[in-house]
Design a protein around this ligand. Structure first.
Ligand code: AP5
Ligand code: ZN
Length: 217
């Protein structure tokens, strides 16, 4: 299956993607994670991306689309993928359609994770991520690690993202409303959007998403 996950920052896209990708045996492709890997490896792309991410703004389309395309062309993505954080504006959505059309492929579904704004702010403020693996995501109150600051899965150090400061989160939410939300209408017109209420336990949201995908199949 080829799936796109959308939703505001902190909606739980990364959290859900980890479970859904495993259940569906497809790779989880997160442009945010790809940028963060470039930042930690101090690549030129990483330096460029960081200057935008730290402000909560979108990284320019040209480099983002090239990076996403390169990742989608890897052999493990041949039979499907779960995109998280891409596309993030209408021109990226158009570029993705063009890429898929060229290969005679299409998207199966766009899952729109719906969470009220006050809840996403709480989720982001308490989020802690493992330095060894960005799929190991915790929350100081909703999913507290057994030992403070230490990953339950691998023992790695937990850290807070640079762009999770209150001010940057405000910009990220604004960017989401103005630039990313229009892709929901874009995909509505293609009949691909399924809205998933994303309040409640992580496993409840996963179950709702799996049920929705089974209906789309
Ligand atoms: P990106 O990394 O994509 O961040 P985001 O979209 O802002 O989303 P987040 O990672 O903040 O949240 P999430 O929805 O994954 O939530 P999570 O599962 O962690 O992008 C970062 C930046 O990179 C952008 O600002 C931009 O600069 C750049 N970028 C990336 N892609 C780009 C693109 N295509 N074009 C241009 N620029 C791009 O969950 C949040 C917290 O809530 C966690 O602590 C989790 O444990 C907790 N939680 C999750 N689910 C639940 C639940 N059901 N109940 C309680 N707590 C929960
Ligand atoms: Zn870990």
């Amino acid at each position: 299956m080829r799936i796109v996950l959308v939703g505001p920052p902190g909606a739980g896209k990364g959290t859900q993607a980890a479970f859904l990708a495993k259940n569906l045996a497809i790779p989880h492709i997160s442009t945010g994670d790809l940028f963060r890997a470039n930042i930690s490896q101090q690549t030129e792309l990483g330096k460029l991306a960081k200057s935008y991410m730290d402000k909560g703004e979108l990284v320019p389309d040209e480099v983002t689309i090239a990076m996403a395309k390169d990742r989608m062309e890897q052999p493990d993505a041949e039979n499907g993928f779960l995109l998280d954080g891409f596309p993030r504006n209408v021109s990226q959505a158009e570029a993705l359609d063009e890429m898929l059309n060229t290969e005679g492929m299409k998207l199966d579904a766009v899952l729109d994770l719906e969470v009220p704004e006050d809840e996403v702010v709480k989720r982001i403020a308490g989020r802690r991520i493992c330095r060894n693996d960005s799929a190991h995501v915790f929350h100081v109150s909703y999913k507290a690690p057994k030992q403070e600051g230490v990953c339950d899965v691998c023992g790695g150090e937990l850290y807070q993202r640079d762009d999770d400061s209150e001010e940057t989160v405000r910009t990220r939410l604004e960017v989401y409303h103005t630039q990313t939300e229009p892709i929901i209408d874009y995909y509505m017109a293609q009949g691909l959007v399924v809205t998933i209420p994303a309040l409640g336990k992580v496993e409840e949201v996963t179950a709702r998403s799996m049920e929705a995908l089974a209906r789309e199949d």
